[in-house]
Design a protein around this ligand. Sequence first.
Ligand SMILES: Cc1cc2nc3c(=O)[nH]c(=O)nc-3n(C[C@H](O)[C@H](O)[C@H](O)COP(=O)(O)OP(=O)(O)OC[C@H]3O[C@@H](n4cnc5c(N)ncnc54)[C@H](O)[C@@H]3O)c2cc1C
Length: 445
Amino acid sequence: MEPVNIIGAGLAGSEAAWQVARAGVPVILHEMRPLVGTFAHKTGDCAEMVCSNSFRSDDDVMNAVGQLHWEMRAAGGLIMAMADRHRLPAGGALAVDREAFSQAVTETLRAEPLIQIRPGEITDLPADGNWIVATGPLTSDALAGAIRRVTGTEALAFFDAIAPIVHAETIDMSVAWEQSRYDKGESDAERRAYINCPMTRAQYEAFIDALLAAEKTEFREGETAGYFDGCLPIEVMAERGRETLRHGPMKPVGLTNAHKPQEKPHAVVQLRRDNALGTLYNIVGFQTKMKYGAQAQVFRMIPGLENAGFARLGGIHRNSFLNSPTLLDDRMRLRTRPNLRFAGQVTGVEGYVESAAMGLLAGRMAAAEARGTDLAPPPFTTAMGALVNHITGGAEAKTFQPMNVNFGLFPPLDDARGGRRGRKDRYPAYTQRAKDDFTAWLAAR
Ligand SMILES: Cc1cc2nc3c(=O)[nH]c(=O)nc-3n(C[C@H](O)[C@H](O)[C@H](O)COP(=O)(O)OP(=O)(O)OC[C@H]3O[C@@H](n4cnc5c(N)ncnc54)[C@H](O)[C@@H]3O)c2cc1C
């Protein structure tokens, strides 16, 4: 049988290789480390965790990432099995002994007769064969160049400049209102496409003070700050002058406060819809290097966001990722070159768990193809399905930025209460529905 070739033995590629082999299909796993390094990886092991040693919450009832753990375990995932074996005490989180974990992944893959690990960098995209590209946020320059030649230069980003994303239900609409600047748009929906949060002069001044005082993260060695031209962090804009933001992303022009039409806001923070479901909104132009704790505090000073729940906080990192909503089909294949499937962080998911989950799915899909069958993704009521649906179609392509799994990606339930207090009912209902639907998806194979 023709093998599946996988480029990159990180979190996604290792899981993909395991899934392909479990389906009885041979695998060649190409890994450039230790021959060619990256600024973040330190070893030649598979599935190296480059920073934190945590797979985040293991609560599969109240937490979306915990639900994703559950699905990966149910699907016989290697990453979860090795994480469970090398677990460290960490409260409700799944933290691991990172060295023991990645050594165990490496040894398990090496011991599998259907898997051949082949050292070396792949520098071009193969024209035929069944391939999975799982080269991660630090895809080597040569391969990134090849991807850009195939997808177009705009379609592969080198940095993510992430603005925070808010759960729509947690925005106080008695303060905020829906309106596009100058009421622009053909349809009523377009004229109401943004959510606006007004600020008085005093609120604006206090907000600028908080931005300037907030703790920031530094770039690591090897990360360049070349993004600075097009995409300044808000705190850097604030440092350039107290009025800069009021003339930039917070300008108050073309907007009328629906609750107080006579009162001209001094500044306005705008939020833009981030997914087709309308459950998530990003704060426009608010990419930031503030530390996470500081971000939540500072952003909750914005009128209307006092009780905001964040689906993800902002950040700016070195990160190669595709504009997947325009480039990939729902089988994670490049539309223009369907022999190439993408998996992991390079598809625009964010985090160890999400990357491994996309590897799991891509591996199963590639194995199905090698066997002459087809595998549809899990329904988007599951954590894995919600995530793959988001990156391959549900997300706004124009503003696409890497995404963590979160309940905002799940289709709403008709009968569960909304708002912050409704979470106690809703989250268990989401995760129960996800478990039922994931189990049915697995059983249908
Ligand atoms: C500095 C930094 C810190 C991070 N911190 C965290 C964190 O704390 N928590 C978290 O959840 N996520 C973190 N991430 C994101 C993390 O990288 C991903 O969650 C995860 O590693 C992605 O898995 P992956 O398999 O897609 O990529 P990786 O795990 O990076 O795997 C990609 C593999 O492909 C190989 N490769 C690249 N190009 C080629 C090529 N041309 N030929 C052959 N092999 C190649 C690489 O050597 C690597 O082994 C961080 C990322 C960075 C860059």
